[in-house]
Design a protein around this ligand. Structure first.
Ligand code: ATP
Ligand code: MG
Length: 454
């Protein structure tokens, strides 16, 4: 193999230790995949992968003495997670996925003896490069050339490789967005042609890739060029593509507005996922007013429902579903500095921050004279929120200067009425009609005790 020893990558000492331990035992071992790609690009690798000719059992015997912790991640597939001095490293045995029957899972994994074969089963040429501390780079599929040209190209025929494992469709777009790489022409064509296959991929594998795609620098270009791919995962997108809004506040159709809002927001997964879904309710709620303009009354509530249903179909966790639903529901709300305590009470600190980030992204993708003024208003509110939080304000029951026990001493029975009394006190504190002060709150509580409407 045409290894080029002149290239030196900076790899953690733990990785070197594992490679040496495997090679002393008579096997080959190389650093491989995304970590090599990222180093060649001058990016910090996210995780470390080693590929080796040793089978998992053999690797375990050799690595035991290094003091590493070994976790059987997928022994049958030849994957072992090794933790050495706190660094997790994925170790895989040279293998090829023998056959894919369903475009999802290899029906069988075959261990092979050559590195070239192992590199050949990898998705893209830039991910099919290995490196060894003494032997240098092994790059049988032209990965370095493609990296230099900033091009994503499949190892082998694009249509076939996407059909084998349709997750690669989304991975291609995720890498395009994250790395600002272009897609080879045949791959771009195959993405459109094969995108329906994504529907067969286990949703658990899709979500992490989608979130990374959304947070990449090139997300706008990807969303505008591949709405058909996104729409396989989120079919509600289809109706937004080309859906004209007929209002002076919008220069773009619903999908382009969405894409621009996502790209204009900070790269936070929840903020961007919420913006991806924030206007899904628009096509169903559109009507033309007597003024000839488009209106979308209630699109936030319809959108909230659609987002919930879609995210549960995509097996998102409940926390994410609830948070996105909240963002979609409230995205149009005019959040004023003077109402921040109420909003904090409703959403909590983290979600209120994110809602303001959602509103900022949404507003930045509007048209018209008022945009700059409104963006400034949102910025002012965001600053006001930080200032307010720095003063440790009372906006939750636990922040009150009295608690349930104090109220029981006054004569409240434990139960729902006591909860309502605490909420009423909190409401009074937030509304500034009672100070958050023990004596004042006890007086207010005493009058609540006698209040039969509570
Ligand atoms: P990152 O770590 O930045 O997410 P990566 O390329 O390292 O990017 P991983 O998911 O960590 O991605 O996978 C490690 C390597 O395994 C890849 O570089 C690639 O060689 C191979 N690989 C991962 N997923 C697939 C796949 N679906 N099909 C073929 N090869 C894959
Ligand atoms: Mg990786």
């Amino acid at each position: 193999m045409g290894a080029s020893p002149q290239v030196v990558l900076a790899i953690p000492p733990q990785v070197t230790t594992l490679i040496e331990a495997l090679e002393v035992g008579g096997f080959e071992a190389w650093v491989v995949g995304g970590c090599v790609r990222d180093q060649l690009l001058g990016r910090e690798p996210k995780d470390w992968d080693i590929t080796t000719s040793a089978k998992p059992g053999q690797a375990k015997r050799l690595l035991g003495p290094t003091g590493a912790r070994l976790i059987d991640t997928g022994i049958a597939h030849g994957t072992l997670t090794v933790i050495l001095d706190g660094l997790p490293i994925e170790l895989t045995t040279y293998r090829v996925e023998a056959r894919y029957l369903d475009g999802r899972h290899p029906s069988k994994v075959d261990f092979v003896t050559s590195l070239t074969e192992d590199l050949g089963r990898r998705d893209f040429t830039m991910n099919a490069i290995a490196w060894h501390p003494q032997r240098g780079l092994a790059d049988p599929y032209g990965g370095q050339t493609d990296i230099a040209a900033r091009l994503i190209r499949t190892v082998g025929d694009a249509n076939q490789r996407l059909s084998e494992d349709a997750l690669r469709i989304l991975r291609a777009l995720r890498f395009a967005s994250e790395l600002s790489f272009a897609l080879a022409d045949d791959l771009a064509g195959a993405l459109h042609a094969r995108c329906q296959l994504l529907a067969r991929v286990a949703p658990e594998r899709l979500m992490p890739e989608l979130l990374r795609l959304l947070c990449g620098d090139e997300v706008l270009e990807v969303l505008l060029a591949y709405p058909d791919v996104l729409a396989v995962m989120i079919p509600e997108i289809t109706a937004t593509i080309g859906f004209e809004q007929h209002t002076p506040y919008h220069a773009w159709d619903v999908w382009e507005h969405t894409a621009r809002a996502v790209a204009a927001s900070e790269p936070d997964p929840l903020v961007r996922l919420s913006l991806l879904m924030h206007d899904l309710g628009k096509p169903a709620t559109f009507f033309t007013g007597e003024d000839g303009r488009g209106h979308f009354y209630g699109h936030n509530m319809v959108g909230e429902k659609l987002a919930r249903a879609r995210l549960s179909a995509l097996r998102a966790d409940n926390e994410t579903i609830d948070a996105v639903a909240e963002m979609v529901r409230w995205h149009q709300e005019n959040i004023k500095p003077e109402n921040l305590l109420r909003w904090l009470n409703r959403l909590g600190e983290e979600h209120l921050r994110k809602l303001l980030a959602v509103k900022q992204g949404d507003m930045a993708a509007h048209a018209g004279d008022l945009v700059n003024e409104r963006l400034e208003r949102i910025a002012t509110t965001r600053q006001a929120l930080e200032d307010l939080l720095a003063s440790a304000p009372a906006y939750r029951r636990v922040d009150l200067a009295v608690d349930g026990y104090d109220l029981m001493e006054l004569g409240f029975e434990p139960g729902k009425r006591l909860g309502r009394a605490l909420d009423a006190l909190l409401d009074a504190v937030i509304g500034d009609s009672v100070p958050n002060d023990r004596e004042a709150l006890l007086i207010a509580a005493r009058s609540l005790l006698a209040d039969e409407t509570l």
